[in-house]
Design a protein around this ligand. Structure first.
Ligand code: ATP
Ligand code: MG
Length: 374
């Protein structure tokens, strides 16, 4: 298959079985280009390729995600830079993996760099490599991760954390497909797709002078925004089933479906930690095997009720406002605990940290009795 690009340059390349040129020399050892590189606390590890969830789970049913899938497919067929934005835990890394997997360089390396995980003093040498003697401690020559990603994908996670000097060097790579190792005399060429991600708003970073505008235009030739989970609630049941099956198999426990009421609670929750939070919750449910393990989170992390508007005139006593708001808040909180436990009052009382008798009293006092015995 032929298609054109070279880190943003229009260069014709031929894709086919791995060739001698598509492998690179690292410290004298030729590495196959069918490896994935991930980094763990700043160290680079070679890992087997990540296993991705099924596409039906990744994209779900929402219109926004279907549109994203189409965009991703089109982007994957080229090798222009892609920028992925979205709140933490929305699946930016999964999307990047999929992009690599769908690209003609899917058998090439996938190299991830978590920018804030590497001290800024080391990041330049990690990214671009160095020549022997270029600084104290540079005893040998070392290629950087940019080179390691040759004919593959370089994933720059949390790119907003790059300092301005490195941004300039990255711009050079994106513009000309060239870079130089630290202490190197020659410009080196590399063919790589750069995918960047951030949960920050880069336009705001540009306005604050922390991110180069010209780099922003270079990295987001194609820009993809992942919606937060609260904007795709319809996909929650499918995600829950997927995580249940996955973790039941992983921990060798019999599959234990989530009761309907609890699923409704999951669908109504706001998910500040997005899919990662949902995944961890289901993992806990599978390991501990009890609904309480989930309910505590959903009840204690519920958003605070709306604050009343501040009156434009007249004195306002804080104590009075709080006193007036407390019963509604308490009622709402107790109701959520009861719903989470299928109206089992003993278990709800345990979760709320009050006695069974105290809960019965509060149910009467807050008018929830009619809900218990309609
Ligand atoms: N669509 C999805 N389907 C299944 N699992 C998903 C999906 N999106 C995310 N996940 C899971 O949620 C977790 C977080 O995903 P990921 O690391 O891709 O998010 P992120 O946006 O990169 O988060 P952060 O900004 O915190 O790095 C992972 O364990 C991933 O497997
Ligand atoms: Mg991430």
């Amino acid at each position: 298959m032929r298609f054109g690009f070279l880190v943003g340059l229009a260069v014709e390349l031929t894709f086919g079985p791995s060739s001698a040129e598509s492998s690179i020399q690292h410290n004298g050892v030729e590495q196959s280009n069918v490896m994935s590189f991930v980094e763990d606390r700043g160290r680079l590890l070679v890992s087997p390729r990540c296993k991705l969830p099924p596409e039906a789970v990744i994209f779900g049913r929402s219109q926004a995600m279907q549109a994203l899938r189409e965009k991703l497919q089109k982007a994957a067929a080229t090798s222009v830079p892609v920028h992925i934005s979205g709140e933490s835990g929305t699946g930016k890394e999964i999307l990047c993996n999929l992009l690599h997997h769908w690209s003609p360089w899917k058998d090439g390396p996938f190299v991830k760099v978590t920018c804030p995980a590497i001290p800024s003093t080391l990041l330049e040498s990690e990214l671009f490599g160095y020549e022997e003697g270029s600084f104290t401690g540079a005893y040998g020559t070392k290629p950087g991760r940019v080179e390691m990603a040759h004919r593959g994908t370089l994933f720059l996670d949390e790119i907003a954390e790059l300092d301005l000097a490195l941004q300039a060097k990255l711009l050079h790579l994106l513009q000309d497909g060239q870079f130089s190792r630290i202490g190197g005399q020659e410009d080196r060429r590399v063919e790589v797709r750069i995918v960047s991600a951030t949960s920050r708003e880069l336009k705001k970073e540009v306005a604050a002078g922390a991110f180069r505008q010209d780099l922003l235009y270079r990295i987001n030739v194609i820009c993809m925004h992942l919606p937060p989970l609260r904007e795709r609630r319809g996909d929650i049941p499918e995600l829950v089933s997927h995580f249940l099956a996955f973790y039941s198999a992983a921990f060798k426990t019999p599959p234990r479906p989530v009761p309907g009421l609890l699923t409704r609670l999951l669908e109504n929750y706001d998910w500040p930690g997005n899919i990662r939070q949902l995944e961890n919750l289901i993992k806990r449910y599978v390991i501990l095997g009890s609904e309480e393990a989930i309910c505590c989170d959903l009840v204690t992390q519920s958003p605070a009720p709306a604050c009343p508007g501040f009156p434009s005139c007249g004195p306002t006593s804080l104590a009075t406002v709080i006193q007036e708001a407390a019963p509604d808040f308490e009622r709402e909180f107790i109701l959520k605990a009861l719903e989470a436990h299928h109206w089992n009052r003993k278990r709800a009382a345990r979760t709320l940290g009050i006695s069974y008798r105290a809960l019965l009293y509060k149910i009467r006092q807050t008018g929830l009795k009619a809900r218990v015995n309609p």
